[in-house]
Design a protein around this ligand. Structure first.
Ligand SMILES: *[C@@H]1O[C@H](CO)[C@@H](O)[C@H](O)[C@H]1NC(C)=O
Ligand SMILES: *[C@@H]1O[C@H](CO)[C@@H](O)[C@H](O)[C@H]1NC(C)=O
Ligand SMILES: *[C@@H]1O[C@H](CO)[C@@H](O)[C@H](O)[C@H]1NC(C)=O
Ligand SMILES: *[C@@H]1O[C@H](CO)[C@@H](O)[C@H](O)[C@H]1NC(C)=O
Ligand SMILES: *[C@@H]1O[C@H](CO)[C@@H](O)[C@H](O)[C@H]1NC(C)=O
Length: 509
């Protein structure tokens, strides 16, 4: 192990996948261990000699999953990440990262004990300079090679390359990693040359993990951009897409790009994003040749807000009332924990149910509607993060999720429910009301029988180091080091008006 680490640090040049660059050597992959040393601390896996962390076995979810995925042993993402690695760094206290060389979100300093605010704000309320800085930061992330992670370009059986000793990984930019990881989570199961790939699998949508997965996805981008900018307070803003109407208010050249005057489906050449090129477009190759999306960029972003004339239902953005309504759906998720779940907060905010929670197969609301409204790159699941609107659309979805968690306090013990309520609502909320509605945390985020990847203790695919759905099922300001500046119907907790007072609901919280 020591020898391996030394070898890695003196710099074998390797290209690789969703794993740390130093772990994807042939020796590293064969060892099944990915416990690198923090930079500047050679031969100290996980910084253990200074108490930062230790190398441990990865815990893998063993509960049964739902019936949607009928195969076993055919997909690298099963029991993630055990196909690739079985040992990882586990960091202590305020340390984090694949080698415990980083601080947790919202903390900084050599000992990671200084708090810094990470406040996500409404993008429309940024001043001109803040807008410019945000757009430039995204563009820098599109062009900056990810400092730690590399992407796999083959499934595991081909990962050692034609000669059995050339691992198939590539460098990727910070932003393109964000796109790639989403693609990897939704891609079909390759069943062999000449066979149709299996599409009934999705590790990040149509299940309870939808909210927890996308939460971590954004957290990772925000953290990578903080490091890139050397600004631990950098925060991704959000787009309040629940404004009704058929106008994309953030589609201006100072933000996400106006429409081109020459092509309805393209971005104005005054926007930096007109120069972006997408990755992960060659789905036919991936599904017939059994390859994986690589870092090669292809065509420009397509976008035609409100332009889907064949589908009038997706020509209007969600209404403010839709947000108020979905926040009143009390149960986090309901059997079958899928895109057909009714009275499920998750399926409602995801947008397969009507905003009040009733499942209706023809409905597309909230998150799904905002994607489909874009009628282009941002509306196609395997490509959507290529359009930077994805970031803002998902921070808003995450803000609604966080407000729901705050109101419903699922997953907290009786004692901490009590404590949390006192802190957040100044004692206004009764302890008994919470007990009655939410008897145990298992009742709100399912332990088992969710679609593959979505069980509570499943490690979310393809993140590294491993992180479970359950770790993201907690309120952000208290547990994850960031917060939203937003105001919600029925509360007066924060500053920025988001929904007009006339829409205040009679929620007893
Ligand atoms: C983590 O940081 C917080 C905030 O500064 C501090 O109060 C706490 O003591 C730190 N924890 C450890 C284990 O260093
Ligand atoms: C792989 O390459 C390494 C370094 O070049 C060499 O030591 C090792 O013997 C090779 N292994 C195989 C299986 O070819
Ligand atoms: C990948 O990126 C790393 C870090 O920037 C660099 O050292 C390495 O040479 C790059 N590899 C390739 C093949 O470009
Ligand atoms: C990257 O993907 C494209 C599209 O599938 C493919 O044509 C190309 O050969 C791939 N590049 C590498 C280096 O594998
Ligand atoms: C965009 O709208 C057109 C016209 O209704 C439709 O044919 C096309 O499939 C839509 N494209 C996407 C990506 O949603």
């Amino acid at each position: 192990m020591w020898q391996f680490c030394f070898l890695v640090i003196v710099g074998a040049v390797v290209v690789s996948a969703q794993f740390p660059r130093e772990c994807v050597t042939p020796e590293g992959l064969r060892s099944g261990q990915c416990c690198p040393s923090p930079s500047g601390l050679p031969n100290d896996p996980c910084g253990s000699s200074t108490g930062r962390g230790q190398c441990v076995s990865v815990a893998v979810d063993t509960q049964p999953h739902g019936p949607q995925y009928p195969h076993d042993g055919r997909d690298d993402r099963e029991r993630w990440p055990s196909r690739f690695f079985s040992r990882t760094c586990q960091c202590n206290g305020n340390f984090s990262g694949h080698n415990c060389g980083r601080c947790k979100h919202g903390l900084t300093g050599p000992n990671c004990d200084q708090r810094v605010p990470v406040v996500r704000r409404n993008v429309m309320q940024l001043n001109a300079e803040e807008k410019r800085a945000f757009v430039n930061a995204l563009d820098q992330a599109k062009r900056t090679v990810h400092p730690d992670l590399v992407i796999a370009t083959r499934h595991y059986p081909g990962i050692f390359g034609p000669d059995g000793n050339t691992t198939q990984f590539e460098n990727v930019s910070i932003y393109n990693y964000f796109v790639w990881s989403h693609y990897y989570s939704v891609s079909k199961t390759f069943l062999g040359a000449g066979q149709a790939s299996f599409g009934g699998v999705d590790f990040s949508h149509e299940g309870p993990g939808f909210l927890t997965w996308h939460r971590y996805h954004l957290l990772q981008l925000e953290r990578d951009m903080q490091d890139m900018l050397q600004n631990p307070s950098f925060a991704l803003p959000y787009w309040n897409f629940a404004i009704g109407g058929n106008t994309c208010d953030i589609c201006t050249d100072d933000l996400m790009g106006a429409r081109s005057n020459f092509d309805m489906n393209s971005l104005s050449s005054n926007s930096i994003f007109s120069q972006w090129r997408v990755v992960c477009e060659s789905v036919e190759d991936y599904d017939t040749l059994g390859t994986i999306c690589n870092s090669t960029e292809s065509s420009p972003i397509r976008r035609n807000p409100a332009g889907n004339v064949n589908r009038p239902m997706v020509q209007r953005l969600p209404e403010p009332q839709d947000v108020a309504d979905c926040l009143q759906v009390n149960t986090f998720d309901t059997p079958p924990f899928f895109s057909t779940s009714s009275e499920s907060f998750r399926n409602t905010i995801e947008g397969y149910s009507a905003p009040k929670g009733n499942y209706d197969p023809i409905v597309r609301s909230l998150h799904n509607l905002a994607h489909l409204f874009l009628n282009g790159t941002g509306g196609q699941t395997h490509l959507s993060p290529n359009d930077p609107i994805f970031v803002l659309l998902h921070t808003f979805t995450d803000a609604i999720f966080d407000e729901w968690l705050r109101r419903h306090s699922p997953g907290l013990s009786v004692a901490s429910v009590f404590k949390k309520r006192i802190v957040l609502h100044n004692g206004a909320v009764s302890f008994c009301a919470n007990l009655k509605c939410f008897p145990t945390d298992a009742a709100v985020y399912p332990e088992q029988d969710a679609p593959i990847g979505h069980n509570r203790r499943y490690n979310m695919v393809p993140f590294w180091p491993p992180v479970t759905n359950s770790e993201m099922f907690v309120t952000a300001p208290e547990n994850l080091g960031y917060s939203y500046q937003a105001e919600w119907p029925g509360t007066h907790l924060t500053r920025t008006p988001l929904i007009s007072p006339s829409e205040k609901c009679s929620d007893d919280l």
